[in-house]
Each structure stands twice: as C-alpha cells, then as structure tokens.
Design a protein around this ligand. Structure first.
Ligand code: ADP
Length: 629
C-alpha cells in the first residue's frame, strides 16, 4: 500500500496534479478520454475480457473451497460430487487464462496503435509549430511529450487499466459467494477493507498540498545541483570551494526535514492501513471469529474453509491501490502535456501563396511581443538590400535576436509587415521561404547522422563533391578527414565535435543550402584563437554574394558593414555606416567607446572568453570583400 509519502526521486510532476487523494482514481478527465478516443472500443473490449478473467479466476477458489468443505464435512465425500467441481475449477481457470491473455494482448495492441498515431500526430504538429516555440522551450518539452508522456499512457492503458478492473471485480464475486456461506463472517471479512480505506484516506488527507511542497523541494534541489555543478569551478578558483555547495546542502537538508516531517505525520495511520489489510492479519481475524462461531455452534467447521481461502483476497486490492493511483495521475499529467503540445498554435499556412520576386527584404512598422503585452520590438523600419551586410548592434536584451528571428519566421510579427521580394512572409510557403532564408545560430544542432548528411540537410541531393567543396570553404574539411570514417562518420555516437567545429559544419551546411539571404548570430565564444580564425574565414566565404543580417556581439567585426543598425529597447535609434555613426557622436559612438575602454571583448554587455581583434577586423574586411564580389 502506498499511503505514505512517495519515494524521493519519484516524478513530482506526476504527483502534483489535480486535487490529490484517492478520488483521483475516478473516471479519466477529458484530455485522457480524448486521447484514448480512437482505441476506446478495443480498450472497452479488453476491460470486459479482463472482468470475465478476474471473475473466472475466483471460481477455482470457490470450487476448491467447496471440495474442501465437502471433504471436511464429516460424511463420506462422493467422487460424483467432487469431480464436477474439479472440472468447473479447471474450465474456469482455463477461461480466466484465455480471457486474461486476450485482454492483455488487446490492450497492448490498442495501446501500440495509440502510441503510433500519437507520435505521428505529435511529429506532424511539431513540424508545423513556429520555430521560435521550439527554440524558446528547448527540445526537452518535445522529448518529454513524444517519449516519456506517451510511455506514461502506455503504462495506464496496457497495464494499470486491466489491473484496476481485476482488483475491483474479483472481490465483489468473492463477497457475494461468502455471503451465501455465512453472512456474518462475510461482513466480518469486509471490515479490514473498510478500515483500510478509512485509514488510507486519513493518511492521504492534505496530500495535494504536501505533493506540491514535495515537488517544490525536489525542484530546489535540482536548481541547487545545477548551480553547484556549473559554479564550482568559479568558487574553487577563488578558494571558496565550500561556498559552492552551501545552497545545495541547504536544499537537501530542507528536503530531508520536510520529508521526515511528512513521514512522521502519516507514519501511524499508513502503517495501520498496511497492517489491517495484510493477509496474515485478515486470516487471524477470520480464524478467531470463525472459531468462536464454531465453538458456539453458530457455524459448521467446514464453512470456515471458504473464508480462510478467499477472505484475505477481499481486502488485498488496498495493497495495490496507491501505486495505481500514482500511475493514473502520471497518465493524467502526461495527457495534459500532450494535449497542450497538440493544441499549440501552428504557423498559419498562407491563404494566398505568393512567391517572392527578388530578394529585397523590407520591414515596415514592425512590432513584436512574446506574451501579447510587453512590446519587445516597436515600429521598426528596415531594408536589407540584396548582397549587402547589415549588422544589428545594441545592449543585451535590446531585441537583436528577436528582430533577426523574424526573417526566418521563427515568430510572426504582432504588427507591421515583413516582406521578401515584395511578398509578405506569411504568404510565402514555408519550403520556398527556407530556400531563400538560411540561418546560422550560435547554438548549433547536429543530427545523429553522418557528417555528409549533416551538411546535406538543406540539399539532400547534393553530390559528394559539392559537400566537400562547401566543407573546404567552411574550413572544416581537414578536421572531417581526421575522423574515423571521414564524411561517413556518424555524429552523436561517440564522435563529438568541438563548438567551433560544429559551427563550421553548420556554415558548410548553409553554404550548400545556398540561401541568398542569411541570418547569422555571430558566435560569442570560441574555444581558441585558431578555431576563431577558421570560423571567420568560413564566414567570409558564406558572406560572398549574399544578403547578410548579422547579430553582432563585437563591434570590431562589423566595422565595414553596409549598414549598422543600433537597437535600444526594441527601437531603432540609429543606423548608418561605421564612420558616419562615429561622426554623429550618438549612441553607436558611445557603444564603440565603451567597447574600446572595456577591452575588445565587450560590446553588448556579455563577457567574451577571448578575442583576436586584429584577426576579427581582417575577417570583417573579408566579409565586406566577399559580399562585394
Ligand atoms: P538581444 O538579442 O538584443 O540580447 P533579445 O531579442 O534576446 O535581445 O531579447 C529582447 C527582449 O525580449 C528581452 O527583454 C528578453 O528578455 C525578451 N525575450 C527574448 N526571448 C524571449 C522569449 N522567448 N520569450 C519571452 N521573452 C523573450
């Protein structure tokens, strides 16, 4: 029985749902019912078969108790009396076996189909979500829904559901039969069950609040553990190793105090609940009561046998009710998360698909808000002439990444328009848009596939020569040749690339995809100057002949951009060429001065690891020259 607090480490998300308590085991809430919809017929059939199996499973015990009754009843037991009972036991045992197996198979097959169709629906839907949603929430939400949550539904539909049917039906038949033997003893066999339910409910009282606190305490430990792991180097390097784990220790101590307090407060009731339904205790109770009845001639001795055989099974379901409630709650939470993801609005498909005419990008009166209230971009007008480099600069949080993300349509604008070749982005079919707009982000995602396939992502039909040409231009070819299988090396299976190498691979990918417009989030931190130099070379290859929108973290690298756009609080406060902006002595000049005095590593407030300013300036010139070619 699980009337005590959950095991530390169990999934709090699965527990802190809805109201808590045994009442949660009721009919499934709408999300769960809705998701099960397509297989509901088969699940209902499985439930029916399982009920038959559970009832048939009781019959052999009834038959055996009748045989035992007759054998112990004194008089001569007649084979003609006994063999039909043996046959009945065998037949019903066989029926139980067949129906139970069929129910299990049916539930598993239904669940298998459900998992397949859910995963397909999720994959289709995720593919149509705005890219911004996936980059905002990360891939963990997707992994959770597609893998963990669908598995939680499997546990419910393929296992828990049938278990619950068994524990609810078998005791009913047992009690009905026992009532026919001796109604007083039958009622007595119900006492442990009722007492168990009462004590269990007492132990679970207030569980919802405790579960919430349990989840919060586990969350505090996780946060402190992450902080501990990521900050330990800094603390140690300043000789404050102990300081690093203080918060973690406090969080674990807090959890231990809370948990032991919870255990203490429920210990007596939960132990009592476990005790009263334990088979040995029930057996003892029925034996003592039966002996009293027999010695007082209120009951025949042989009539005690069915109670000793079947009595403990009446209260037994209480022993499994706790874990089953936990599984039902986990499935409810999973269904809510899956439904939320399936309900997340997709990018609207164009009503009147339009193809861009040329590659001129124009933003007019663009405003954007993530939450519908706080404006992150306001009234932005911007033109990206084909073949030019435009750099976005400004303090951290000024909206550079948000503005850049509008071009590959990670989000749709809240107000205003973004057009490409005269067509509104919303009207350009996604495949056409991504043929024209590429992006290289700092956070490079490599697929679990061969190096060549990773590069080929944007053009799966590219030849090996084309792949190699782009890899050479992106300065990653030599590194690829050092890998065990060269271009055929599988990434993500033991072979990992450094951050700088992964970025060069993503540049090779963008080169091969050959989108005429490119959004580039300039990498902020390189592993070493050599890698940085290679990346800058790769970027200059990428800039050649393309329209580039660069999120610039280092002003030195974009000195020769065609247009530098200064963003502050989501508004364009200045734009122009480097020299003109310096001469204007405005915000850009101040940023430039601040960077120079803070050192070449600092532009938007974010610290950089290393820099090679001379090299970066040269690369900026390369970009300039490349784009002019
Ligand atoms: P920058 O790139 O200049 O550092 P961002 O575009 O990342 O600026 O952020 C601009 C503002 O939008 C910041 O206030 C930031 O907190 C907010 N913001 C960025 N991404 C999100 C998001 N996914 N959801 C909500 N707010 C966001």
């Amino acid at each position: 029985m699980k009337s005590h607090p959950p095991e530390p480490g169990s999934d709090p998300a699965a527990q802190d749902t809805e109201s808590g308590g045994a009442d949660n085991a009721g009919p499934p809430p709408p999300p769960l019912r809705a998701l099960a919809g397509p297989v509901r017929g088969r699940l209902a059939l499985a439930v029916g078969l399982q009920a038959v199996a559970a009832l048939a499973g009781v019959v052999p015990f009834i038959a055996v108790s009748r045989i035992a009754e007759r054998l112990t009843a004194g008089g001569q037991a007649d084979g003609d009396d006994l063999w039909p009972l043996v046959a009945l036991a065998c037949a019903s045992g066989f029926v139980a076996l067949v129906c139970g197996t069929a129910a299990g198979a049916l539930a598993h097959l239904a669940d298998n189909d459900l998992q397949l169709s859910l995963r397909r629906r999720l994959a289709r839907h995720i593919g149509r979500l705005p890219l911004g949603r996936l980059t905002d929430r990360g891939t963990s939400e997707v992994k959770q829904a597609v893998q963990d949550d669908v598995s939680a539904l499997h546990t419910l539909f393929a296992h828990t559901l049938l278990d619950v049917v068994s524990v609810l039906t078998a005791p009913v038949l047992i009690v009905l039969y026992l009532l026919t033997v001796d109604w007083r003893m039958a009622l007595a066999s119900l006492v442990p069950l009722l007492l168990g339910v009462f004590l269990f409910s007492r132990a679970m009282a207030g569980a919802a609040a405790q579960m919430a606190e349990f989840g919060a305490a586990v969350g505090r430990i996780s946060a402190a553990a992450v902080e501990f792991a990521s900050g330990i180097a800094v603390f140690k390097s300043f000789g404050r190793g102990r300081k690093a784990h203080e918060r973690f220790v406090r969080a674990t101590e807090g959890f231990a105090d809370f948990f032991s307090g919870w255990v203490r407060s429920t210990l007596v009731t939960s132990t009592a609940a476990i005790l009263v339904v334990a088979p040995a205790v029930v057996l003892l109770l029925l034996t003592v009561l039966g002996t009293v009845f027999i010695t007082q001639d209120r009951m025949a001795a042989a009539e005690l046998v069915p109670f000793l055989l079947l009595g403990p099974a009446v209260a037994a379901p209480m022993g499994v009710v706790g874990p089953r409630i936990q599984q039902i709650r986990a499935a409810q939470s999973a269904a809510v998360r899956i439904t939320e993801l399936l309900d997340a609005p997709t990018l609207p498909e164009p009503t009147t698909p339009t193809l861009p005419d040329g590659h001129h990008v124009s933003l007019r009166g663009v405003s954007f808000s993530y939450d519908g209230h706080t404006e992150v971009l306001g009234d932005v007008d911007l033109d990206l002439e084909p073949g030019t480099v435009t750099a976005l600069v400004g303090p951290s949080g000024s909206g550079k990444s948000t503005l850049a993300s509008l071009l590959p349509r990670f989000h749709d604008v809240t107000a205003g328009t973004v057009t490409l070749g005269g067509a509104e982005l919303r009207d350009i079919p996604a495949t056409e848009l991504y043929r024209r707009v590429g992006f290289v982000l700092q956070d490079v995602r490599l697929l679990r596939a061969s190096v060549a396939d990773n590069i080929r992502l944007g053009r799966p039909d590219a030849t090996a020569e084309e792949v190699e040409r782009c890899a050479r231009a992106a300065r990653i070819h030599d590194r690829i040749m050092e890998l065990p299988d060269g271009y055929a090396t599988e990434l993500g299976t033991g072979v990992t690339l450094s951050g700088g190498e992964a970025q060069r691979l993503s540049i090779a990918r963008a080169l091969l995809a050959d989108a005429p417009i490119l959004v580039l989030d300039e990498a902020t931190a390189y592993a070493d100057p050599h890698s940085e130099a290679l990346i800058q070379d790769a970027l200059s290859a990428l800039a050649a002949g393309r329209t580039l929108l660069v999120i610039a973290h280092r002003l030195s690298t974009i000195r020769s951009a065609d247009r530098i756009v200064v963003l502050e609080d989501g508004r364009v406060t200045e734009q122009g060429r480097h020299d003109d902006l310096l001469a204007a002595d405005g915000r850009y000049a101040a940023l430039w001065e601040a960077q120079r005095s803070a050192g070449p590593d600092e532009t938007d407030g974010a610290p950089r690891q290393r820099s090679t300013p001379a090299r970066a300036d040269r690369a900026a010139d390369d970009i300039r020259e490349g784009s002019a070619r």
